[in-house]
Design a protein around this ligand. Sequence first.
Ligand SMILES: C[S@@+](CC[C@H](N)C(=O)[O-])C[C@H]1O[C@@H](n2cnc3c(N)ncnc32)[C@H](O)[C@@H]1O
Length: 202
Amino acid sequence: MTKKSRIRHHVNPLADQTKHKFDGFDNDKPIIVDIGADRGEFVEGLIKKLSDSKNFIVLEIRKPLAQRLEEKFSKYENVVVFDGDATRNLKDILKPSIDRGIIIEEIYVNFPDPWFKERHKKRRVINKKFIEGLRNWIQPETTWIFQTDQKQLFDETVEMLEKLNYIEIKFFDNSPHGITTKWEDAKVTDGFDVNRLKFHFL
Ligand SMILES: C[S@@+](CC[C@H](N)C(=O)[O-])C[C@H]1O[C@@H](n2cnc3c(N)ncnc32)[C@H](O)[C@@H]1O
């Protein structure tokens, strides 16, 4: 009998060549984006809460997970799922909607992989190069939401963002829209703090 591996292999986003184009939804409702949705628990909470007042874009780099998300959300007309590295695909996915005047209301980066090793830090979703590349096209109306129980990741991200004079950061305490995931609940039960910030481009 073969033993199933329980090791979770991290995907190296820098090796991902997936390319997406998306013309946008066929309505003008604001768009909410979840980067690194995993099993989609958080964005499912958002979809149920905000129902069809918004459109949702769900991004997940691990293809099997993206496939499951696609199946999970196939019943919703206002949800699209893309696989691949969000940091490489975000512009192609969002820019056509932005050009039509649609507001990208919120972009969530919830509990992302921390990539602690110095040589791996460039794989973090919120990294300097990615943020700098957003500057010329992302809307000032877009609120970015970053949550993590990893204090070192949080502090290093704050340090990086605070050096950018075209970004405004706000720290906040409670789960956005009152939605938590099993992962977050378990961390809090284990006594970890969840660190949260929002930022937008000036
Ligand atoms: C630790 S999980 C957090 C999941 C979820 N956001 C939550 O709050 O429960 C991080 C997720 O981000 C995905 N991911 C990592 N880098 C990514 C990238 N560059 N683009 C899209 N997804 C990414 C991983 O595959 C994983 O599913």
